[in-house]
Design a binder for this molecule. Structure first.
Ligand SMILES: C[S@@+](CC[C@H](N)C(=O)[O-])C[C@H]1O[C@@H](n2cnc3c(N)ncnc32)[C@H](O)[C@@H]1O
Length: 378
């Protein structure tokens, strides 16, 4: 992007970031900001958003300096002509940072930024990141953009028949409904879950049903979906209906221990399911390159509480698994506390035995980071 009018757009971006209240998603805050400030045309909106997002995507790099200085320095990752525009803003704000005329051709931004903040570029607090994924904190990730798998998939395939997820084209009336899109990481994880046609599968934190929809396209197992939120169950139902897949639904709060489950007319006691999928609520840290406002604002001290919730959900669900059944613990987090530490707790405190463990490298595949631990019940 060629950033003309840098000065005025810098100040608008600063105003937007100064008024931003986490945990509201930043894209919503930006939308509301532009709704209130009608003077910005579409090019302005795009450029101002880009200035903000470039700053947010620097993660913890600027956490020790003022917002306006960080915003200025992150601007060096954008494309400028002439460099003097940047120097003028730097001077106006009272900083001594100055770049040469050919700076943007030389691409010296990484070094310049590291020297200016007197520490290395980083996104997450390293102590939380899984050792296998420590490269998530490499400076080169300033340029990392996960692919928009949903958009690419529908753009490429909207007019094609035979896409993943369409089982019975003959009864599907609209082609739209034959395509359900998912990030590559979730597709990969779902392919690790080998479900047989006769098996009973409980998706205990189903959300809008993403994981089970994927599995429904692979097998004719008996699916049971539950979540704490009644509205999200309705969303899952509607997605399943549009794909002509059958499933059983229930609202179940797994922060509480359950004697039995009620899916419609079916009452289910312990030792019932062949497979349990626990795609538990988590920090979502594996997805933060899409929502970079979390890097600096997330309350890292809350991770132990999040992990306690994850353990409770697992404990309250596990007894509904048959002996010999498979339990899949899944997060879209790259943090130790929510992954390997919960896995260790499960091994020590339940009758589940670990058989497989995957840390999905989202950076390598231009997708989200995910974690899965597969257990078998003794
Ligand atoms: C990571 S999301 C699930 C995403 C979903 N599996 C998918 O693939 O689209 C976690 C889900 O856990 C649910 N949840 C949170 N607390 C819960 C609880 N105590 N009991 C059951 N579900 C809970 C949330 O409502 C949310 O939908």
């Amino acid at each position: 992007m060629n950033l003309r009018y840098y000065r005025s757009r810098f100040h608008s971006a600063l105003q937007l970031l100064q008024g931003y209240k986490y945990p509201e998603p930043f894209h919503i805050a930006a939308k509301n900001f532009f709704k209130k400030n009608k003077k910005f045309g579409s090019k302005d909106r795009k450029a101002i958003s880009e200035i903000c997002y470039t700053y947010l995507r620097c993660g913890l790099t600027f956490s020790q300096i003022e917002l306006k200085e960080g915003l200025l320095l992150s601007g060096l990752l954008l494309d400028f002509e002439p460099a003097s525009d940047w120097n003028n803003v730097s001077k106006e704000l009272g900083y001594s940072h100055e770049v040469s005329d050919d700076f943007f051709i030389q691409e010296g931004a990484f070094d310049f930024i590291s020297k200016a903040v007197e520490e290395t570029i980083r996104f997450y607090p390293s102590e939380h990141v899984l050792p296998e994924l420590e490269h998530y904190n490499k400076p080169g990730n300033l340029k990392f953009r996960p692919k928009n798998w949903a958009k690419d998939h529908t753009d490429d395939e909207a007019t094609k028949l035979g896409v993943i997820g369409c089982r019975e084209l003959a009864v599907n009336q609209t082609l739209d409904a034959t395509t359900q899109v998912q990030d590559l990481s979730s597709q990969f994880i779902c392919h690790q879950i080998k479900a047989e046609d006769h098996e009973k599968i409980w998706d205990i934190c189903c959300g809008a049903g993403g994981k089970t929809l994927n599995l429904s396209s692979q097998s004719r197992s008996e699916f049971y979906l539950s979540d704490i939120r009644p509205q999200i169950i309705e969303n899952a139902k509607s997605r399943f209906r549009s794909m002509h897949y059958d499933a059983n639904y229930a609202v179940v709060d797994l922060s509480k221990s359950q004697k039995e489950l009620r899916f419609g007319a079916k009452n289910i006691a312990s030792d019932y399911f062949d497979i349990i999928i626990a795609d538990v609520p988590c920090s979502g840290s594996g997805t933060w390159f899409r929502t970079p406002e979390h890097f600096t604002r997330f309350d890292y001290a809350s991770l132990s509480k999040v992990a306690d919730k994850q353990k409770t959900i697992v404990k309250n669900a596990a007894s509904f698994l048959k002996k010999g059944g498979r339990f899949y613990y899944i997060t879209c987090s790259i943090f130790n506390e929510e992954n390997t530490e919960v896995k260790d707790w499960i091994i020590e405190n339940t009758d589940l035995i670990l058989v497989n463990e995957i840390a999905f490298d989202g950076i390598k595949h231009k997708a989200d980071g995910m974690y899965m631990a597969e257990f078998v019940r003794q």
